[in-house]
Write a protein that binds this ligand. Structure first.
Ligand code: ADP
Length: 352
C-alpha cells in the first residue's frame, strides 16, 4: 500500500535519509526503530509531504505522492508534542481534520464521536484540552489523527512525553486501536520495547539507512549485525572460530551446521543460558556446551530476577533459580548453553 523507494533527503551537506526502501501493507504496523538523529522523523515527514525528497519515490495506493501537498495526502499524523489547539475544546480538536476536508457538519460530528470512542474518551467533546492529563491529551491527539480516516496512520514517538505507567497503559491500548482503524501504520520510535510490542515488522535505522527490516521474532533471534543486536539489548557476544560445522567457543564446541568457516562473532541469546542444577566448577560430568563461573550478584529486572555470573572473562545473565542459596555471590555455578539459541553474525569471515 505504501511503497518508499530509494528515498534520499539531504540537509546542507549531509544525508539524513540515505537510500531507504520500505513498504507498509494495508492493516500492517511497521515500526522504524533507531537512535536519536538517525533520520526516522525526516523519513516520516517526507511521507507526510513536510520534507521534499532529493531522490526516490513515495507511492501510496498506487499514486506517486510527488507534488501532492501535505493536506492532499491521505495520512493521519501524531507527534510526541501532540500540538493540540489549547484554546479549542476536545471536539474541535478532533474534528479539525474532517472540517478541513470539507465534510458536512453532521459527518464531522459523527467522525469526532467515533474517533473519541476509539481512544476510550467517548463523550469528551466539550472538555477543555488544558484540563486533560498528559495521557488523555495523547489520546485526543491520536483521535485527531484517526478522524480523517487516513489510509496511513503515522506516529512519531507518540509515547515519548509520558511517564512510565501512562506509557505502558497506552502501549497496551494501541494494538486494539490500530486493529480497529485498520489502515497501515508507520510508527517511529527509539524504544525497542514499543517497536517489538506493536509492530508486525520492525525497520532498524542507523545514520539514514535501514539495516534490517524483519518481524520481531526474526529480528530478535537473527539480527544482521552487532549494531542491530546491541540496539535491541542483545550484547552477549563472543569470538568464535568455525570449522567443520562447529563453533569453537568459550562454551566448548557449539554445533552450527552449514555455518561459514573461519573467525566469527557468536550471539548468545538471553534465553540461551540456564544454570545446571547442582552445577559447580569442575563438575565435568555434564554434557553439551557449558561454562564454569561464579555468581557476582543478583539483578532485579521488571518481571524476574537474574543472576549475574562471571565466566570466561566477562559477565553473563541467567534467570535466577528459585531458592535463596542459589544466588549467593561467590557461588560456583555451571552455565549451560542451549546451542539452538545462538546466532552467528553473517559478517565477513577472516582467516580460517
Ligand atoms: P530522528 O527522528 O531519528 O531523531 P531526524 O530525522 O530528526 O532524526 O534527524 C536526522 C538528522 O537530520 C539529524 O542529524 C538532524 O540533526 C538532522 N536534521 C533534522 N532536521 C533538520 C533540519 N530541518 N535542518 C538540518 N538538519 C536537520
Amino acid at each position: 500500500m505504501l511503497r518508499v523507494h530509494d528515498v534520499r533527503i539531504r540537509y546542507a551537506d549531509r544525508l539524513a535519509v540515505d537510500g531507504v526502501d520500505l513498504t507498509v501493507g494495508d492493516g500492517e504496523v511497521v515500526a522504524v526503530l533507531g537512535p536519536s538523529g538517525c533520520g526516522k522523523s525526516t523519513l516520516l515527514r517526507a511521507v507526510a509531504g513536510l520534507e521534499p525528497l532529493d531522490d526516490g519515490t513515495i507511492v501510496l495506493d498506487g499514486h506517486d505522492l510527488a507534488g501532492r501537498r501535505p493536506d492532499q495526502r491521505p495520512v493521519g499524523l501524531m507527534f510526541q508534542d501532540h500540538a493540540l489547539f489549547p484554546h479549542r475544546d476536545v471536539g474541535d480538536n478532533v474534528g479539525f481534520g474532517p472540517r478541513m476536508q470539507g465534510l458536512p457538519a453532521d459527518v464531522v460530528t459523527a467522525r469526532t464521536r467515533e474517533a473519541l470512542a476509539l481512544v476510550e474518551l467517548a463523550g469528551a467533546e466539550r472538555r477543555e484540552v488544558t484540563e486533560l492529563s498528559g495521557g488523555e491529551q495523547q489520546r485526543v491527539a491520536l483521535a485527531r489523527a484517526v478522524a480523517v480516516h487516513p489510509r496511513l496512520l503515522m506516529l512519531d514517538e507518540p509515547l515519548g512525553s509520558l511517564d512510565r505507567a501512562l506509557r505502558d497503559q497506552l502501549l497496551a491500548q494501541l494494538p486494539e486501536v490500530f486493529g480497529r482503524v485498520g489502515c497501515g501504520v508507520l510508527y517511529v520510535t527509539h524504544d525497542q520495547d514499543e517497536a517489538l510490542t506493536l509492530a508486525d515488522r520492525v525497520a532498524v535505522m542507523r545514520a539514514g539507512r535501514l539495516l534490517q527490516v524483519a518481524e520481531p521474532p526474526v529480528l530478535w533471534s537473527q539480527p544482521v549485525d552487532e549494531f542491530v543486536a546491541g540496539f535491541l539489548g542483545l550484547d552477549q557476544v563472543v569470538d568464535v572460530r568455525v570449522a567443520d560445522g562447529r563453533a569453537d567457543s568459550p562454551f566448548g564446541p557449539v554445533p552450527l551446521p552449514g555455518a561459514r568457516e573461519g573467525a566469527g562473532r557468536l550471539l548468545v541469546l538471553p534465553d540461551a543460558l540456564d544454570l545446571l542444577p547442582g552445577g559447580g566448577a569442575g563438575s565435568g560430568a555434564h554434557e553439551g556446551p557449558g561454562l564454569d563461573g561464579v555468581v557476582v550478584r543478583r539483578r532485579f529486572a521488571a518481571d524476574r530476577t537474574l543472576l549475574v555470573v562471571a565466566a570466561a572473562g566477562r559477565t553473563w545473565e541467567v534467570p535466577a533459580p528459585r531458592g535463596e542459596r542459589a544466588g549467593r555471590p561467590g557461588t560456583p555455578v555451571r552455565l549451560r548453553l542451549d546451542p539452538t539459541r545462538v546466532h552467528l553474525f553473517a559478517g565477513r569471515a577472516s582467516g580460517g
